[in-house]
Design a protein around this ligand. Structure first.
Ligand code: ADP
Ligand code: MG
Length: 238
């Protein structure tokens, strides 16, 4: 379990200022949604937390450890992207165990973790299949499973459901919520979808142009939006 803190974070791509002095504190076990229009800097912020991008300035802490310059693998995080990026030549089980074998985990421990993840995500019958024999929703479950087996403290999701049709999206939303209630990990979930944000989040950070406009519970954001932009984006009543 872990807190995540971002202090005075700045990220420039050349002359383009993408994140502008951003601060964020996420307590242990919180489901935080980063909500904003395309281009607002959500993925950039997530990638900085994951260690996939070097920050221009500022610091990132996981628990009390300054991880600003730590390798992604040393941060205790698992990440799920919009595209599933499964290894096509491997079975589901192979995809789930790949990272664990590399980490030289004992075989019995690997088996135990795969069993648990498969049970939570209801993919037990699929373990021997190749990704090409799975539906989009099943593939995304396997992608979530790959983060799950790593036993991480913090999950990062970048629009994991946006490639799926509406019905599957709604189903998986419920499953992700259930997963959080069961694991109680810290989760940071990026989406541009207001409904997804409202149903999943303990708190929502509404982003625009590299800053957080408002950070609060779905209820407060909806009923007491900080400004016209937030009201319009969330669809609050006039
Ligand atoms: P979001 O995930 O909210 O859609 P991003 O974090 O992907 O937004 O992008 C934020 C801004 O940063 C956008 O204006 C985008 O064009 C710019 N950007 C993202 N990645 C790069 C990059 N590698 N080089 C230059 N600009 C980038
Ligand atoms: Mg993005």
């Amino acid at each position: 379990m872990a807190t995540v803190s971002v202090k005075d974070l700045v990220l420039n791509f050349g002359a383009v200022k993408v994140l502008r002095d951003l601060n964020l504190n996420i307590p242990t076990g919180e489901f935080l949604v980063l909500l904003g229009a395309s281009g607002s800097g959500k993925s950039t912020l997530l990638n900085c937390i994951a260690g996939l991008l070097d920050v221009t300035d500022g610091q990132i802490f996981i628990d009390d450890k300054n991880v600003t310059w730590s390798e992604p693998k040393d941060r205790g995080i698992g990440m799920v992207f919009q595209s599933y990026a499964l290894y096509p030549q491997m079975t589901v089980k192979g995809n789930l165990s790949f990272g664990l074998k590399n980490a030289k985990l004992p075989k019995a421990e690997i088996e135990k973790r795969i069993e648990r993840a498969a049970s939570v995500l209801q993919i037990e019958p699929l373990l021997d299949r190749k990704p090409s024999a799975l539906s989009g929703g099943q593939r995304q479950r396997v992608a979530i499973g790959r983060a799950l087996v790593r036993d991480v403290d913090v999950f990062l999701f970048d629009e994991p459901l946006s490639n799926l049709d509406a019905k599957l999206r709604a189903d998986l939303r419920v499953e992700i919520k259930r997963l959080h209630q069961r694991l109680k990990n810290t989760m940071i979930y990026v989406t541009h979808d207001q409904v997804e944000a409202m149903t999943l989040a303990d708190r929502i950070a509404v982003m625009s142009q590299g800053i957080i406009l408002q950070l609060d519970t779905p209820n407060v954001i909806y009923n007491r939006p900080a400004n016209k932009y937030v009201a319009g984006f969330i669809g609050s009543p006039e």
